[in-house]
Design a protein. Structure first.
Ligand code: THU
Length: 147
């Protein structure tokens, strides 16, 4: 199985654990680390809606908690309406692009971002630097590996 296929499959598994009773929109994210291991996250909503966390943010913080923030090389993201058969690829929201950029610049590498739908569909691949051009990040503060 290719890395994109592995990541999208792991993201789909993670999306099954989305806590999304308000939006009824499940998102899963999977991060590929330098050693081939995968860290996942799902969106985690809150009754105080604005406190909700996106899947990519949860996954990135989980990698950081394992001491692996600098080791992320690629991301897989799926999302779609619960109970539907959505196959349109989900791209990371603006805030999550900035969160992923933190990992990218700390690790000193651009990230591959693979996007697909919750129920299947094509895998669309981007570079994070294309999704968030001219990014502000740790490099501006003289910190990290400076992607
Ligand atoms: N969501 C994510 O988890 N990631 C994104 O990149 C876009 C949106 C979540 C937030 C909310 O729980 C639900 O999808 C609907 O916006």
């Amino acid at each position: 199985m290719t890395d994109p296929d592995r990541l999208i499959a792991a993201a789909r598994e993670a999306a099954a654990h989305a806590h999304a009773p308000y939006s009824r929109f499940a998102v899963g994210a999977a991060l590929l680390l330098t050693d081939g291991s995968i860290v996942t996250g799902a969106n985690f909503e809150n009754a105080s809606y604005g406190l909700s966390l996106c899947a990519e943010t949860v996954a990135t913080a989980t990698a950081n908690a394992a001491g692996r923030l600098n080791d992320i090389v690629a991301v897989g993201i799926v999302g779609g309406r619960i109970g539907h058969t959505d196959t349109d690829p989900i791209r990371p929201c603006g805030r999550c692009r900035q969160v992923l950029n933190e990992a990218a610049q700390m690790g000193g590498r651009d990230l591959a971002v693979h996007c697909s739908g919750l129920a299947g569909g094509e895998i669309e691949t981007h570079r994070l630097s294309d999704l968030l051009p001219s990014a502000f990040g740790p490099a501006n503060l003289g910190i990290g590996g400076h992607a």
